[in-house]
Design a protein around this ligand. Structure first.
Ligand code: SF4
Length: 135
């Protein structure tokens, strides 16, 4: 039996609480708060305490799903990205760049959110970008 605690940051909101993921034999089995952390000071909210719950959950999506005639089917990443690119391009050319909008997530890192707004403004050509923390 191999057990270790892995220090990380809670993925659920922008507060940035620290937590330990409890890893037992290669599987994440629990979450612990981090005493002395300057933000969370040894506390977690209910989401942080359960931050490990989705990692090995059977309902977790691990492959893209494409909806066709009201039904989802599994697809490869290349097919999904190509479909997104085709749809973005056709909407942009048919209706203009402001027909597109991007909504980002507090689950992303600051760096990912920066890249998303850059992609939206510089590549898609619209300022229609927002973040769930403002909604
Ligand atoms: S523990 Fe709660 S408050 Fe802290 S980062 Fe996670 S979701 Fe936000």
């Amino acid at each position: 039996m191999e057990y270790r605690n892995v220090l990380t940051t809670c993925p659920y909101c922008g507060t940035g609480c620290a937590l330990y993921l409890q890893v037992l034999d290669g599987s994440v089995v629990g979450t612990l708060p981090v005493k002395g952390h300057p933000i969370s000071e040894g506390a977690l909210c209910i989401k942080g305490w359960n931050a490990h719950g989705f990692i090995h959950h059977a309902d977790r999506l691990t492959k893209p799903l494409i909806r066709e005639q009201g039904q989802f089917r599994e697809a490869g990443w290349d097919e999904a990205y190509n479909l997104i690119a085709d749809r973005f391009s056709s909407f942009k050319s048919d209706f203009g760049p402001d027909s597109l909008a991007v909504l980002s997530s507090a689950k992303c890192t600051n760096e990912e959110n920066y890249l998303l707004q850059k992609f939206t403004r510089a590549f898609l050509g619209t300022n229609n970008v927002d973040h769930c923390a403002r909604l």
